[in-house]
Design a protein around this ligand. Structure first.
Ligand SMILES: Cc1cc2nc3c(=O)[nH]c(=O)nc-3n(C[C@H](O)[C@H](O)[C@H](O)COP(=O)(O)OP(=O)(O)OC[C@H]3O[C@@H](n4cnc5c(N)ncnc54)[C@H](O)[C@@H]3O)c2cc1C
Length: 261
């Protein structure tokens, strides 16, 4: 049994956000972190490993320095890493990103009991599209917004968060789950884990490694294969100063004057 976790390295938006003249984020000028929801996805996979002995594989698509993030996740307990990296993949939108990640999951190989984990959403692209799109491309059932996972003999029982409640679902494996922060508390790296992580296997999947997958066509990956691109990126206009009201009757008067009630 395998737990395959898709993890994205993102700019640390808690610090100063660098913006290019065209209004897009200057990723190269910012420190990077592991996408927060993805740490919950990794933790869920590690808990499953403790319960079942499954193998935990962390996968990222990104530039070569993203290897550092994979090593950190191996120091937390993941067994191996896959870095999907190549010029051909650059400029991918969510459609192309999910094509490539789905091909990487295919290359790793999906067995009947396997689970693909994703975070719900990345804090930079912010679309929450990649997990569901990977599931579609792999023809897998998916459950989003997962807050609890129980392994059963015939699949999983998972709890998902709704706006005003929860839903419990049975899902057959192989399946894809997108995880949110309510699922668990991610563990830290351990000292032995830090020593061991550089001895753990890390595969690099470049274009040549994935090109035989039917999902990988030159017109379905990279900038050329991206049907969407950012047309304009801008902050909302700054709101004017607010007004303090002394009483409800004053507020009702103002709303009346403006013909709002
Ligand atoms: C319209 C549009 C155009 C874009 N154009 C470009 C462009 O030209 N150049 C460019 O560099 N970027 C571009 N991007 C950004 C790029 O598409 C996204 O960073 C990428 O597709 C992931 O989408 P997201 O950040 O919204 O992830 P989400 O869908 O919010 O992420 C959900 C989950 O998917 C998984 N995931 C997402 N990305 C990865 C990854 N790389 N590796 C492993 N797991 C992952 C993680 O588990 C993550 O938690 C564009 C994005 C959009 C919306």
């Amino acid at each position: 049994m395998k737990a395959i976790v898709c993890v994205k390295q993102v700019p640390d938006t808690q610090g100063k956000v660098a913006v290019k003249p065209d209004g897009t984020m200057d990723r190269a000028a910012m420190a990077t972190i592991t996408n927060p929801d993805d740490l919950n996805a990794v933790e869920a996979a590690l808990q499953l490993k403790e319960e079942t002995g499954c193998e935990v594989i962390v996968v990222t698509m990104g530039p070569p320095p993203a290897e550092g993030m994979l090593r950190e996740l191996m120091a937390r307990g993941a067994d191996r890493g896959v870095l999907v990296s190549g010029r051909e993949f650059g400029g991918s939108d969510t459609f192309a990103t999910s094509q490539i990640l789905a091909a990487a999951v295919n290359k790793i190989g999906v067995g009947p009991e396997d689970i693909v984990f994703c975070g719900r959403q990345a804090i930079d692209g912010d679309t929450a599209q990649v997990g569901p799109q990977i599931a579609e491309k792999l023809h897998m059932p998916q459950v989003t917004y997962v807050t609890e996972i129980q392994k059963k003999a015939d699949g999983l029982v998972v709890k998902r968060m709704l706006e005003d409640g929860y839903m419990e679902m049975k899902v057959q494996t192989p399946c894809l789950l997108t995880c949110i922060k309510e699922l668990n508390q991610p563990r830290y790296m351990s000292v032995p884990g830090i020593f061991e992580c550089y001895a753990k296997p890390l595969d690099i999947f470049d274009y040549n490694a994935l090109k035989d997958d039917p999902l990988i066509e030159t017109d379905t990956i990279g900038l050329k294969g991206s049907p969407t691109n950012v047309y304009k990126s801008f902050a909302p206009p700054v709101k004017g100063a607010g007004m303090m009201v002394e009483s409800v009757s004053q507020l009702v008067g103002i709303l009346n004057d403006k013909h709002l009630i």
